[in-house]
Design a binder for this molecule. Structure first.
Ligand code: ATP
Length: 267
């Protein structure tokens, strides 16, 4: 990944296998994004519309960014991510020009996923954010998304938000964010699947993913990552004493889970 000043740009190696759970969301993304790109002629033959954007919503830390990156990896596309601060920075100065350049960059690097994190920063249905400069930036965004001046062939737009009800309906029109997908907090089987993903790159003795999932009610994917990190730190301490790799076991993870406070509240 290298920093373009405005946006992060990379070609992710991740795939859906690196995202635990979310089977329904993955299927919806396959239908809306992956298949239309891979079978463009077939979709055209059935006059099935392709393009438009997908809005992912759900509680923080439950994998919206990870899933977007993995989607890029699945189709070997480039990935450009823009966060809240980068969007807000655009307010000041050359906002429309910057927005245009981000879309141009994506067009030049198609197939490309353009990911807007915290898209509500831009699309919030709030008057104070919609004055003068903000208004122009919003209009520029919508016209870029419509492909008003340049074709968006091979540019796939994903947005993420924790507050979809704040999104201005103008952003939801056909050809814009016309599909909304809920990325839920992981249920027990999903937490077990996430634990298996996280175990892949670490020395594991024995792992009982279901037992861990049972002890992590209300934990997000990000919380589970914190649990793995905490448990890793404690076995690393032991490992440093002995100078040998000490594998992680279910009990280490359950102990770490007891020390971590989950962030996800009821959704
Ligand atoms: P936010 O709304 O705060 O931007 P988000 O929904 O985009 O959050 P991510 O940034 O994708 O969440 O997730 C944070 C981290 O948690 C990921 O980098 C990953 O390590 C872990 N994680 C979350 N969900 C999953 C999952 N389903 N499978 C594997 N890891 C996950």
């Amino acid at each position: 990944a290298f920093d373009l000043g405005l946006a992060d740009f990379e070609k992710p190696k991740l795939s859906f296998a690196d995202v635990g759970g979310m089977d329904e969301v993955k299927d919806a993304i396959r239908m809306k994004i992956i298949h239309p790109l891979q079978h463009a002629d077939l979709f055209r033959a059935y006059n099935k519309k392709v393009g438009g954007g997908v809005l992912l919503y759900g509680p923080p830390g439950c994998g919206k960014t990870l899933l977007s990156k993995a989607t890029a990896g699945e189709i070997k596309a480039n990935f450009i991510a823009l966060g809240l601060h980068q969007i807000l920075d655009m307010w000041i100065g050359n906002s429309e020009k910057n927005m245009h350049e981000v879309f141009e960059l994506a067009r030049q690097h198609a197939p490309c996923i353009l990911f807007f994190d915290e898209v509500d920063a831009l699309a919030a249905d709030r008057r104070d954010l919609r004055q003068s400069a903000g208004r122009n930036l919003i209009n520029q965004f919508l016209s870029e998304m419509d492909g008003a001046q340049s074709d968006n062939d091979g540019v796939l737009i994903l947005g993420a938000t924790n507050a979809p009800w704040h999104i201005d309906p103008a952003f939801r029109r056909p050809g814009r964010f016309d599909r909304t997908l809920f990325v839920p907090p992981p249920d027990q089987p999903a937490r077990a699947a996430i634990a298996e993903v996280m175990a892949k790159n670490r020395p594991i003795g024995e792992l009982d993913p279901i037992a861990l999932a049972k002890k992590t009610e209300g934990f997000s994917g990000a919380d589970l990552k914190a649990v793995f990190d905490l448990a890793t730190e404690s076995v690393l301490e032991e490992a440093m004493k002995s100078g040998k790799v000490v594998p992680l076991n279910t009990k280490d993870l359950i102990k770490a889970a007891g020390r971590h406070k989950p962030t996800t509240k009821a959704w």
